[in-house]
Ligand binder design. Structure first.
Ligand code: HEC
Length: 131
């Protein structure tokens, strides 16, 4: 459980002072271990991968579009979704609790399980344009 300690500390302090995409990414990467090599390329593959778990919510791109800088649309409710890329929407990856909540919900629906800390770090690196 040791690698989780830095994550908890960063998440807690980030809640008080808000977070940045880099801080939130680092917290996930540190939760994997100091040697973890974050990969925006792996994040891109994960983002576009069709998991085949949910017929309607096959991939992250289904709602978030093929490009994280674009506004998306919820495939079931039709509600607009602001771009995931911090470059296009400054609110993104600024609140660790919100990030965690949506990773949990969307990964469970799309991937059929929670995403690993490494998958989350790679995902943030990709949607942020490779931090
Ligand atoms: C069924 C539609 C849908 C799919 C598919 C989907 N998302 Fe989302 N996602 C949403 C909605 C709705 C929100 C919350 C509304 C908002 O923040 O604009 C959201 C927000 C997020 C956030 C919050 C980011 C932030 O800081 O605001 C993350 C992270 C996220 N999604 C990751 C994922 C990942 C990873 C996948 C694929 C495993 C995925 N999403 C697939 C609909 C979806």
């Amino acid at each position: 459980m040791k690698p989780l300690i830095p994550f908890v500390l960063v998440a807690a302090s980030a809640t008080a002072v808000a977070g940045t995409p880099v801080q939130i990414l680092d917290a996930y990467a540190n939760a994997v271990g100091a040697a973890y090599q974050v990969s925006a390329q792996r994040g891109a593959e994960f983002y576009a991968r069709k998991f085949g778990v949910s017929a309607k919510m096959d991939s992250c791109a289904t709602c978030h579009t093929g490009k994280p800088t674009q506004a998306g649309e919820h495939v079931i409710t039709g509600k607009p979704i602001k771009p995931l890329a911090p470059a296009a929407n400054a609110d993104r990856f600024s609140d660790p609790a919100k990030v965690e909540k949506w990773f949990k919900r969307n990964c469970t629906e799309v991937v059929g399980r929670e995403c690993s800390a490494g998958e989350k770090a790679d995902f943030i690196a990709f949607v942020s344009g490779g931090l």
